[in-house]
Write a protein that binds this ligand. Structure first.
Ligand SMILES: NC(=O)c1ccc[n+]([C@@H]2O[C@H](COP(=O)([O-])OP(=O)(O)OC[C@H]3O[C@@H](n4cnc5c(N)ncnc54)[C@H](O)[C@@H]3O)[C@@H](O)[C@H]2O)c1
Ligand SMILES: [Zn+2]
Ligand SMILES: [Zn+2]
Length: 345
């Protein structure tokens, strides 16, 4: 089968690889029908994720059809249409029992990281009963790919951890797919202001269409001064970091109001400064989280009932043969205006 393989920092190739086989009784093999590329795949290619070894098939998002299941898999059978979660969970270990699937003792974020991923014709899914979801009949496959990672990530790491509440003021730093997924799911709670901050003018335009009340181009404007002007000089109740560089985590520290929350989502490859000399007395909360995907069943209902227009994040489509072009388009988003690219084998 064809697969996109990480070959070390800066290197990737479309290669011919053997079709995966069942390794454990609770595995399933899924034939991929749609997959996509994540900002985290770009972090891996930059060398920010050293736990991902060269030779790994990338990708942790997708939908597909069950090809084969192991003897212990009871909830799925060959032919079932499924959503793949970016987080694999056994459902039985201490972390899973606490709902913290991201730290499952034999799962977590392993797909396209420490085991082969979804940017291929087939993928092996461990703990299939608790890591896959049945797709409702007639579901929009492309829209549901957004549920593998970005919608639960924006919702759990940004909205829930950020304690976004009715009437709250919110700043989201980074208007990539994750920042935009945070913006879409923040609206469940009716915040009074959602301020989107990004140097990419096109993405700010998308954010306004998705309901941002204000946008700031911090490549041209002073984001701190503008947020203070919009919030009577106190800052925002919730500042969401959706980029993953030190500058944006530090910017959030200047935007958060006393009593507020900084919800970090970004994957960081470098250390960042924490300004306790100023913030020690501000009663703030800082949260970090690897998405658990505990909200997937809820979000699946929100997407299928069209409360969230997940498909609106999709800008480009490619065949798996052209996945290198898909990476090129996704990696040059400022020029190509790419948000999520759909890849179909
Ligand atoms: N915590 C988790 O579980 C989890 C899950 C998925 C993704 N992530 C991470 O979330 C982050 C965002 O993902 P994405 O797919 O949206 O990435 P992306 O690269 O597509 O988008 C990042 C956005 O940040 C903007 N940006 C860059 N520098 C900026 C600055 N100084 N100020 C404001 N904006 C700036 C870019 O213009 C871009 O629009 C990444 O770090 C990704 O790895 C985390
Ligand atoms: Zn991802
Ligand atoms: Zn577990």
């Amino acid at each position: 089968m064809k697969a996109l393989v990480y070959r070390g920092p800066g290197l990737k190739a479309l290669e011919e690889r053997p079709k995966p086989v069942l390794q454990a009784a609770d595995d399933a093999i899924v034939k991929i029908t749609k997959t996509t590329i994540c900002g985290t795949d770009l972090h891996i290619l930059k060398g920010d994720v050293p736990t991902c070894a060269p030779g790994r098939i990338l990708g942790h998002e997708g939908v597909g059809v069950i090809d084969t299941v192991g003897a212990a898999c009871t909830s799925f059978k060959a032919g079932d249409h499924v959503l793949i979660s970016c987080i694999s969970s056994c459902g039985k270990c201490d972390y899973c029992r606490r709902g913290m699937y991201s730290h499952c003792r034999s799962g977590g974020w392993i797909l396209g990281h420490t085991i082969d991923g979804t940017q291929a014709e087939y993928v092996r899914i461990p703990h299939a009963d608790t890591s896959l979801y049945h797709l409702p009949a007639g579901a929009d496959e492309e829209a549901l790919v957004m549920l593998s990672d970005i919608l639960p990530t924006g919702f759990e790491c940004g909205v829930l951890n950020g304690k976004i509440a009715p009437g709250a003021t919110v700043a989201i730093v980074g208007a990539g797919p994750i920042g935009l997924a945070t913006l879409l799911t923040a609206q469940f709670y009716s915040p009074s202001r959602t301020i989107m901050i990004d140097p990419d003018e096109n993405r700010l335009g998308v954010a306004r269409r998705f309901g941002a009340t204000d946008t700031i181009n911090n490549g041209k404007e002073d984001a701190i001064a503008k947020v203070m002007a919009l919030t009577s000089g106190i800052g925002v109740d919730t500042a969401v970091e959706a980029v993953g560089v030190p500058a944006t985590f530090e910017l959030c520290q200047s935007l958060v109001a006393p009593g507020g929350t900084i919800a970090n989502i970004g994957v960081h490859g470098l250390k960042a400064d924490l300004h306790l000399e100023r913030l020690w007395s501000h009663n703030i909360t800082i949260t970090t989280r690897l998405v658990d995907t505990v909200s997937t069943p809820t979000l699946l209902k929100a997407v299928t009932s069209k409360k969230v227009d997940a498909g609106s994040l999709i800008t480009h489509r490619f065949a798996l043969d052209r996945i290198l072009d898909a990476y090129d388009t996704f990696g040059r988003a400022a020029e190509t205006h790419a948000l999520k690219v759909i890849i179909s084998p």
